[in-house]
Design a protein around this ligand. Structure first.
Ligand code: HEC
Length: 194
């Protein structure tokens, strides 16, 4: 440690008695520095000069577009098979549907489905058809002019199935103080499955 004052590595400057030795940098450090520099040059040329690779934002957009395409394809498949859909009776699915209903639909249809802004979903009066498939269609497309939201792209097909199946279980449940039928003159429709 104790270097002689005439050590050839000892540099001229001094701060509060602290002096510096002009040692060579460790080899590993120098190599790391060289590699980083080479990498940086390659990176700049690849991404910013030749523009061969996509930057983060473009990569994100490409992946989001891929995701949207998958989602749309799934929905298109779902819609093309609509006519054959049947309500699900699995209790786990119905429980999931109930959760969706409580969170998303109850503000307009009331927690028990008895109707508020939206119509009563527990009676046998249906403005848009009483079939399960009609219910699924209304949920997907909404009824913009009457204030029923479209859940296209918000709920996944399986989630739409779950909430539609749950609604199906509400039929005939007679909650207290229900909203009266929108069109009382319409003939009451029978349940179309069981
Ligand atoms: C912003 C309020 C609102 C929300 C939220 C809402 N709805 Fe509706 N919904 C309505 C209105 C208003 C109608 C009546 C449309 C009409 O008369 O054409 C309706 C109609 C319906 C119908 C058709 C009823 C019939 O008589 O044919 C179904 C089924 C339905 N909604 C299900 C749902 C489901 C499921 C959700 C949640 C995922 C939901 N709604 C969320 C307002 C809402």
């Amino acid at each position: 440690m104790n270097k002689e004052p005439n050590d050839p590595l000892l540099m001229d400057h001094e701060a509060d008695g602290i002096r510096e030795l002009d040692n060579n940098l460790p080899r590993w450090w120098v190599w790391l520095f060289v590699l980083c520099t080479v990498f940086a040059v390659g990176y700049i040329v690849y991404y910013h000069v030749l523009r061969l690779g996509s930057l983060q934002a473009a990569e994100y957009q490409a992946e989001a577009a891929q995701g949207d395409a998958l989602k749309n394809a799934a929905l298109a498949r779902f819609e093309s098979d609509l006519a054959t859909l049947k309500p699900v009776s699995d209790s786990l699915v119905l429980e999931q549907g109930k959760q969706f209903f409580a969170n998303l639909c109850a503000p307009c249809h009331r927690a028990d489905g008895g109707g508020l802004v939206g119509p009563n979903l527990c009676d046998l009066d249906w403005s848009h058809g009483s079939n399960y498939v009609d219910t699924v269609k209304v949920i997907i497309n909404g009824v913009a002019e009457k204030g029923m939201l479209s859940w296209r792209g918000v709920l996944k097909p399986a989630e739409i199935q779950a909430v539609a199946s749950y609604i199906y279980t509400l039929r005939g449940s007679n909650p207290p103080d229900p909203k009266p039928p929108e069109d009382p003159s319409k003939p009451v429709v029978p349940m179309d499955f069981e």
